[in-house]
Design a protein around this ligand. Sequence first.
Ligand code: GDP
Length: 476
Amino acid sequence: MSDNANDTIYAVATPPGRSAIAVIRISGGNAAKTPVLFSAPCPPAGQFNVSRLMLAGKVLDQVILLFMKGPQSSTGEDVCEIHCHGSRAVIDAIMVQLERASGFRLADPGEFTRRSFSNGKMDLSGVEGLADLIDAQTPAQLHQAWAQIDGALRTPVMAWRAELIEIVARLEAMIDFSDEDLPPVIEKNLRKGTKALITALAENLADGGVGELVRDGVVVALVGPVNAGKSTVLNGLAGRAAAIVSDEAGTTRDIIQIQLDLYGVPTIILDTAGIRNTSGAIEMEGIKRSVKAAANADLILVILDGSDKNWPEACDKIEKAINRQISQSSTNQRIVSGKSINDRPRLYVLNKADRGIVRANCSSEYKDKYNNPHDMLVISAKKQTDIDFLSTALAKRLTPLNHADSGVIITRQRHRQSMQIAHDALGRALTHDFQQAPELAAEDFRLAAGALGRITGEIDVEELLGSIFSAFCIGK
Ligand code: GDP
């Protein structure tokens, strides 16, 4: 970040390249002087005008000029916007003129938003919501981003924090007047209020990670023995040739990743190397990665060649490899809150039904699965109708992971960690005797309030700001 927060900053807010319209934003004390640099009049506050920008007596462009007077603007400062034609020559000439003007400088990435935050126009969770909005690719992500901007997280967090500050104030008063006894009813009420807060935090933490899943997308790993039809399934789902389909065993050695909007669910599908015993070093590496990918996925889609009599053994082998990886891996944190990592959802697909499915050799476990279409689907991946059947089944499985209803407020690991710290600190606070050791209880309450304050950016945020704002593009 450039040091001078008082400079007037400018940047092109629209993507680079030729376009019908480009927008150049200017924010800061000199913003109202921008039109004058081009011999054009500045519109009155809150209005726009259509003006010709002039340079050295020649017409540069006919533009729309907007002017917003701070604090009634997006950054809280004076803001001018130039809506010009999106040609390289026009944009370059305007930018050069701004660069030459004294008191103006090019904005850093995210600096407009940072100024909104510094001027109290937006809290930190709203800033993150805005970043999510810009990155949104599906309707679910878009709605979640707007909920975040509109305070889905900020509103409850600020209310909890206000309650905690109130409790701390009461406890501090007790420390100051320690020779007076606390009426039992007050301690009872403080404890009741704290328990209610702990419950509220716990309920929100036990959301199955839905907000993060909507934001990051749901990851589905396709696993199975070589030649079971994984790439065919992937291509069918993608509706295009995203993976190489081949008769030669071991073609898909690395991981292929495609992004789909599966009935509104942002989904990343990983096609992995077939799992089998092999001595080929490259394929071994591919298999290692595939097991890892599966162990970290939100849903494991096990594809088996149902026409091969050995499919039950193949399935066992895969299950064992994945379970081993899940129990070894310390990075399996995608699904949190209450769910054991071994509960990672799985869906089994018996492929190549057109060749006839072999049911012999099935242990009772597989017979159960086989008889339950919720757990095991029988398809022929070469048929588009079966692929449609599979994608509907997948969407059904993923939707519970992905319904960002209004109750979900956590969209980032950062929020979750802070809420967990607050939750644990409140639990500890209750173990203290408020009468005998109010200062110990107050310390835990303060810690909890501090953790919540970090979510909205009310306290102690300097180290967070750099990483959050630098993720924005210049001009935002
Ligand atoms: P992968 O190694 O698991 O990715 O398997 P591929 O998708 O490359 O498929 C291996 C072979 O099985 C290819 O020749 C596919 O055309 C064939 N295949 C895939 N699905 C089916 C199916 O449903 N029926 C039949 N008969 N062949 C299939």
